[in-house]
Design a binder for this molecule. Sequence first.
Ligand SMILES: Cc1cc2nc3c(=O)[nH]c(=O)nc-3n(C[C@H](O)[C@H](O)[C@H](O)COP(=O)(O)O)c2cc1C
Length: 189
Amino acid sequence: MNVYDAVKKRRTIRKFRQDPLKQEDIMQIIDCARLAPYGANLQPLKFAVITDESKRKELYPLIKYAGYLTDWNPEFEECPPVFIAVLNDTSLKPTAKSECDSGAAVTSMCLAATELGIGSCWLGAIDRAKIKTKLGIDEKYDVAYMLGLGYPAQSGETFDMKDDIKYYFDENGNVHVPKRKLSDIIIDL
Ligand SMILES: Cc1cc2nc3c(=O)[nH]c(=O)nc-3n(C[C@H](O)[C@H](O)[C@H](O)COP(=O)(O)O)c2cc1C
């Protein structure tokens, strides 16, 4: 799969099959975060893999999915079987300054996952303080984001946005995501 195809194919997936992922695939995905661009090449991010069911059950109430589907959250059995906690090492960079680093790293991981046929859900609506405590994360790390990974149990596609930015699930539970048209985001100077 070339990069453009991966960019087009990648959609946020919020319903997952529970089959485990191959360890080598998880490591390849994290390797792509390792190789991502970092401001001043400080590389402040560390990555923790969570697959243990009891830990995932503890995470379940601390994560909010699909903010536009206000009364919807996946059942636990639809949640990602793998989470990667993206941690900012505050001894290397203040967390307030590592937002773009996280963005580049998570994007790289999502695209790598797409190529492997693995769905991803970038999670920012999370209770960072509680996640840090529940997972016993060392004081020097801040939770930047969680990334949910797993084989998709729904499909996703984009359509040209008219006037509403809200994505929706269709009758089959598949996600449709409005994107602004290319001509709408090009500014002539
Ligand atoms: C910084 C950031 C935080 C996000 N947090 C969440 C989240 O907490 N829960 C969720 O369901 N999706 C989350 N998303 C996914 C977005 O909702 C999704 O990218 C957007 O709806 C566009 O869909 P697409 O990823 O399929 O293009 C997040 C995305 C980004 C970039």
